[in-house]
Design a protein around this ligand. Structure first.
Ligand code: DAK
Length: 256
């Protein structure tokens, strides 16, 4: 259901339910949550890559079949689990790069949107088809999509339920890069390795400042940035980074 391994301080998570185009069910969400809980504070991991097995689907949404027979109680747990997981990913001090290798629909697109970076294969397809199923997005789609692509693009995608391809997703800022399918994971690894070479404290405070500041008015958000800017001066990494620059050498951050 999920394959996971660690390579060069990057935890690679592969959703592997090909028979259902990697659709999300409760078990899968629980497993994902467990992986994040296990590695979010581990010294062996600096970044996560979230991707899907194969070249057809990243995640084709929540498991439609299991939603049909879901009781109200199960729907509530499902919703809570999904929203807890997206917040856990988004607020983790270690960034997740989502490598979208095919269909990213409904809950799949929503999970991708909770990640810090999104890169896609040329054949990737995005959409929030929930309205056609008599539903609305349940894992943050109505909230994160407008923040990422603006109201005009978000309403078009949410209300129409239409699917868009990689190039359009790139044009509206939903993904940062498009790669050939065969190179997708390698390219995501390169992005991760670049982040891994930077100060983990800087990574952590950038994520905190962006996440906490995005819903504040600009003056409060700038105060927050000032606060974290001051905090970063408590860390040895700042001295290592600046002195390496002055000595014209590559910094080797300690994470202290
Ligand atoms: N769930 C379960 N099975 C799925 C699936 C899904 N989301 N998507 C595909 N499959 C299954 C298909 O049923 C099929 O199984 P068999 O018939 O072979 O047994 C197999 O995967 C292969 O799919 P297709 O034969 O359909 O493959 P095609 O290439 O023809 O089409 C497709 C690919 C991705 C265009 C098509 O499969 C499709 O339209 N899939 C459904 C996409 C979709 O509508 N996704 C959004 C799901 S709704 C909430 C929380 C979350 C959500 C809502 C509320 N709260 C708790 C309130 C989220 C909702 C969603 O994500």
């Amino acid at each position: 259901m999920i394959k996971q391994y660690i390579e060069d301080k990057t935890c690679v998570i592969k959703i592997d339910r090909p028979k259902y185009l990697n659709a999300l069910n409760i078990e899968l969400l629980e497993k994902l949550k467990e992986i994040y809980l296990k590695y979010q504070n581990s010294n062996n991991v600096r970044t996560f890559i979230l991707t899907g097995h194969g070249d057809k689907a990243f995640i084709a949404g929540a498991d439609i079949k299991s939603m049909y027979s879901m009781s109200k109680h199960e729907a509530h747990s499902f919703s809570k689990l999904g929203n807890d997981l997206t917040l856990q990913i988004e607020n983790c001090s270690k960034p997740t790069i989502c490598a979208i290798n095919g269909f990213a629909l409904g809950g799949g697109c929503e999970l991708a949107m909770a990640c810090h970076l999104r890169v896609a294969s040329e054949n990737a397809v995005f959409g929030q088809p929930e309205s056609g199923l008599g539903l609305i997005p349940g894992f943050g789609g109505t909230q994160r999509l407008p923040r990422l692509v603006g109201l005009t693009n978000a309403y078009k995608i949410l209300l129409s339920g239409s699917l868009i391809k990689s190039q359009q997703a790139f044009n509206i800022g939903l993904v940062s890069d498009i790669f050939e399918q065969k190179n997708l994971l390698n390219e995501a690894m390169k992005i991760a390795s670049n982040i891994n070479s930077k100060s983990s404290n800087a990574t952590k405070y950038i994520i905190k400042s962006v996440n906490e500041g995005i819903s504040l008015d600009i003056s409060k958000a700038l105060e927050l940035e000032t606060l974290y800017f001051k905090k970063i001066f408590e860390h040895e990494d700042r001295k290592i980074g600046i002195s390496s620059f002055l000595q014209k050498k590559e910094p080797k951050f300690s994470g202290q």
